[in-house]
Design a protein around this ligand. Structure first.
Ligand code: ADP
Ligand code: ASP
Ligand code: MG
Length: 422
């Protein structure tokens, strides 16, 4: 039986028509290797950022439904252009958006989860020799509403398709040569990893390493989809393989360092110190579909019998969060202010090798202290330690941690594409 390979190309890889021609060549080569090919593409270049900017020019807080209507248009352009480019080379190709195939999601706008994918049409097309090009990032609800999966979500579309089609592998083509020990734009001498486990990659992605959308790694792990991250521009390099690697011996405690600049910190001050308050607060946020990351509750002040509850949320959810808290303040009896700080960054170290290795946390804290970096919140998991620091100090924190945990390489990483300038 022919094997199915799912390939995903990000914005930089399809930024203009020459780059789309380059992608068409990669796709056709895979077909010529004797495989069936399903391709997932993102919007061209910085299209999604430009669409967001236009929306924000018109409304400070646009409705999530209309945002999904708007942002889902970007991928519609790139799928048609890529299908044309493949056809121009004499191959049979067809493009589909998520509605046409049935990439079914929850009824939640801006960060919907995929519930299932209808594969009959895809299987029929593959059988007829077609190369299929599918819009990433978008989905459709049971009652026909368009949704999106969250920024960077095309990776998740690709892995979900690979799982649904029982694909041999999912190749994520991007603008760097693989997964590095940290973002090579921050540390040019970061080391490229030959392979990494699902668990470590998942923690890195959640910690802000946006080379992969966190839910793509989650989906790959759950369905055992081998995932490869590689460059669209340097095809001789096979990149990084992400899979369930069983390492006999972990020689480095830390596999990678990540920063997340997309969070905001909120403090609800003077909250009564009694049972049920935190439960009320966080269930309200959950009802509004707001994900909370780090949480700290301060010691109760003896005289007033109150404490402060601090937590972080995605900046995109800030409006919603403040509105929810304002409406809840009286109910929970909070008498202080709601403080918001957007000038923060989360810096994390990740590695399965830190289990049972004392001293990793203290090395992290000492390194930050030696560099004059104040830690404002700390959270840990079995294989991750995260510190909240001032945004201006995030790059210094990443560089110094990367170096203290001996992750620097001798060669400079090759990074294509530029950062959005809007
Ligand atoms: P695409 O448009 O192809 O989806 P993204 O911009 O979403 O590309 O992801 C690739 C970018 O991820 C790289 O250009 C790099 O700056 C960033 N990145 C962050 N952390 C890492 C890491 N650990 N390894 C590789 N790239 C990383
Ligand atoms: N185009 C979307 C974004 O920019 C989805 C993606 O690129 O994965 O977030
Ligand atoms: Mg991406």
């Amino acid at each position: 039986m022919r094997k199915i390979i799912v390939q995903k190309f990000g914005g930089t890889s399809v930024a203009d028509t020459d780059k789309i021609k380059n992608v068409a060549k990669i796709v056709i080569k895979e077909k010529e290797n004797g495989n069936d090919v399903v391709v997932v593409v993102s919007a061209m270049g910085h299209t999604t950022d430009h669409l967001v900017k236009m929306a924000k020019d018109l409304s400070p807080n646009p409705s999530e439904r209309e945002m999904d209507m708007l942002l889902s248009t970007g991928e519609g352009v790139s799928i048609a252009l890529l299908a044309m480019a493949v056809q121009a080379q004499g191959y049979d190709a067809v493009s589909y958006n998520a509605m046409q195939i049935g990439i079914m999601t929850e009824n939640i706008h801006s960060k919907a989860r995929i519930l299932g994918i209808k594969t009959e049409k895809l299987k029929r097309d593959l059988k007829n020799g077609k190369i299929i090009v599918i819009a990433g990032f978008q989905g459709v609800t049971e009652d026909g509403e368009i949704t999106t999966l969250g920024r960077g979500g095309s990776d998740t579309s690709a892995v979900a398709l690979a799982a649904a089609l029982n694909a041999e592998r999912c190749d994520i083509y991007t603008d760097v040569e693989g997964v590095y020990t940290t973002d090579p734009r921050v540390v040019p001498h970061a080391s490229k990893l030959k392979e990494i486990s699902y668990e470590e990659m998942l923690e890195l992605a959640h910690a802000g390493a946006n080379v992969l959308h966190p839910r793509s790694v989650e989906t790959a792990k759950l369905n055992n989809v081998p995932l490869r991250v590689r460059s669209s521009f340097k095809l001789d390099n096979l990149g990084t393989l992400i899979l369930g690697v069983e390492k006999m011996e972990l020689n480095k405690p830390v596999a990678g360092v990540a920063q997340d600049l997309s969070q905001a910190r909120i403090v609800v001050c003077d909250v009564p110190d009694k049972p049920g308050v935190a439960a009320k607060l966080f269930s309200k946020l959950a009802q509004e579909n707001i994900s909370v990351d780090m949480i700290i509750q301060s010691y109760a002040r003896k005289v007033s019998n109150t404490n402060d509850i601090a937590f972080t949320v995605d900046k995109a959810d800030l409006h919603k969060t403040i509105a929810a808290l304002e409406s809840l303040k009286t109910e929970i009896g909070a008498t202080g202010d709601i403080e918001v700080d957007e000038n923060i960054a989360k810096v994390s170290i990740v590695g399965a090798g830190m289990i049972d290795r004392p001293g990793v946390a203290s090395t992290m804290f000492e390194t930050l202290a030696e560099n004059g970096i104040n830690i404002r919140m700390i959270s840990t998991s079995e294989i991750k330690i995260s510190c909240l620091v001032d945004k201006e100090q995030a790059a210094l924190a990443v560089k110094s941690l990367h170096s203290v945990f001996k992750l620097d390489s001798d060669v400079k990483a090759d990074v294509k594409g530029d950062l959005p300038n809007i």
